[in-house]
Design a protein around this ligand. Structure first.
Ligand code: TRH
Length: 384
């Protein structure tokens, strides 16, 4: 029997994550589940940043067994797939939805939602949503951290490759030489930086001057790289601290950076999940929402993540994450909410235990089925 065809639609809102997540899912369904996958993207330049093999001028190309198709505003009707996935509520073109309704058998229709650790996700996961106009039903599929959610994206070989790399000093040295032209000195603390505007980067750099060993601040091209590069140039006599701006890395190389560093500052959704698979302490710069709803999301994840820690270590993680998500200009008037320098000092002083916790957390998440496998099973065995 010919394997099922899947169409995955993704529209770029801003940043890289929507494409980062959609590409990972498409590749995993094709490579690990043998699905025939088309990934429809309205902006190929973002995917070309993550996968330089992609030619953003081409309307149709194949990579890793995924057919990448440009999603034009003037959508040309195409054969409807057995399974249709819209990511983050991006709505497939109307002409395509009409064709879905006319298709027999009707395709299975999935809306892949954003990741959240909030309680309500479990109650919304896998719920059906009948289309008000057409004889179609869409199902919501929520990533998550608990068994009653769709789980997290995790490629089959990911954790094996991580452990091999983290256990191989030679491979790590080769990686550093490749991206930074140098190898960190023995015992140096390596921090990777990937954040949104407004993160208190300069406070962090200043606070790292107090760390009792050399510190490398490593930032792929972007907001952090520009800021630390300027800051270090303005402070040329920094004996123990190096600011290293590196190129934006291909997506699979970015995993190596997370695996090679001791603390990872990440953001959004996909790098947030990759940092957890790296089994290293990390700090999440959550995508800020005008209504402050991101603080609720941050607290929901922190409650799950720090559950296995004692009060002092949980407070150290919470304080640093909150200070990192409070904009630089907002000094903390609340004694219970230390500023960035104090929060960093408290976190850095507890790194050995936080590293062990990061490993335990990753091992626990790895007990669960990965999102691509859960989605394929849901579509093939629940909706079928
Ligand atoms: O780029 P992001 O900020 O994207 C986010 C998410 O989509 C989020 O859901 C959405 O609400 C917000 O935008 C608007 O962060 P994220 O999710 O971590 O995606 C970054 C991607 O870039 C991820 O796939 C990793 C990849 N990456 C590289 O491939 N190379 C690099 O050097 C770096 C720094 C990142």
């Amino acid at each position: 029997m010919e394997s099922a065809t899947w169409d995955i639609f993704c529209r770029v809102v801003d940043n890289y994550g929507d494409v980062g997540v959609s590409w990972r899912l498409a590749r995993q369904l094709a490579r690990e589940h043998g699905k025939r996958v088309r990934l429809w993207l309205d902006d190929l330049t973002v995917l070309a940043k993550l996968r330089p093999e992609i030619d953003p001028t081409r309307d149709l190309q194949e990579l890793d067994r995924v057919h990448v198709v440009r999603l034009r505003a003037s959508f040309q009707p195409a054969e409807v797939a057995d399974v249709v996935v819209e990511t983050f509520g991006c709505d497939p073109p109307d002409a395509y939805v009409q064709a879905m309704a006319a298709r027999s058998p009707r395709p299975r229709w999935i809306n892949l939602e954003y990741l959240s650790a909030e309680e309500w996700v479990e109650g919304s996961h896998a719920l059906p949503s009948p289309n008000p106009r057409l004889p179609l039903v869409k199902h919501f599929f929520f990533p998550g951290f608990t068994p009653r959610t769709g789980g997290l994206l995790r490629e089959e070989s990911l954790l094996r490759r991580r452990d091999e790399f983290q256990g191989d000093a030679g491979a790590q040295a080769a990686f550093w030489r490749g991206v930074a032209g140098d190898v960190p000195p023995e015992g140096a603390l390596k921090l990777s930086l990937f954040n949104y505007a407004g993160a208190p980067l300069e406070s962090l750099a200043r606070a790292c001057l107090q760390y009792p060993a050399p510190v490398w601040l490593v930032a792929p091209e972007g907001i952090a790289a520009t800021t630390i590069d300027q800051w270090c140039r303005a402070h040329p006599d920094l004996a123990s601290l190096r600011c290293i701006a590196i190129p934006f890395l291909p997506q699979d190389q970015y995993d190596l950076l997370l695996w090679a560093c001791d603390v990872n500052f990440v953001r959004g959704e996909d790098s947030f999940v990759r940092a957890q698979w790296a089994a290293r302490p990390f700090v999440w710069h959550i995508y800020p929402q005008d209504d402050g709803a991101h603080w609720v999301k941050l607290a929901a994840f922190l409650a799950r993540y720090t559950a296995g820690l004692d009060r002092a270590h949980a407070a150290a993680v919470t304080s640093l994450w909150e200070a990192w998500n409070r904009r630089e200009a907002a000094p903390s008037h609340d004694a219970a909410k230390p500023g960035l320098p104090e929060a960093w000092a408290g976190f850095a002083a507890r790194l050995p235990a936080l590293e062990a916790h990061a490993r335990t957390w990753a091992d626990r998440l790895a007990q669960r089925r990965d999102l691509a496998a859960a989605l394929a099973d849901f579509v093939d065995n629940v909706l079928n």
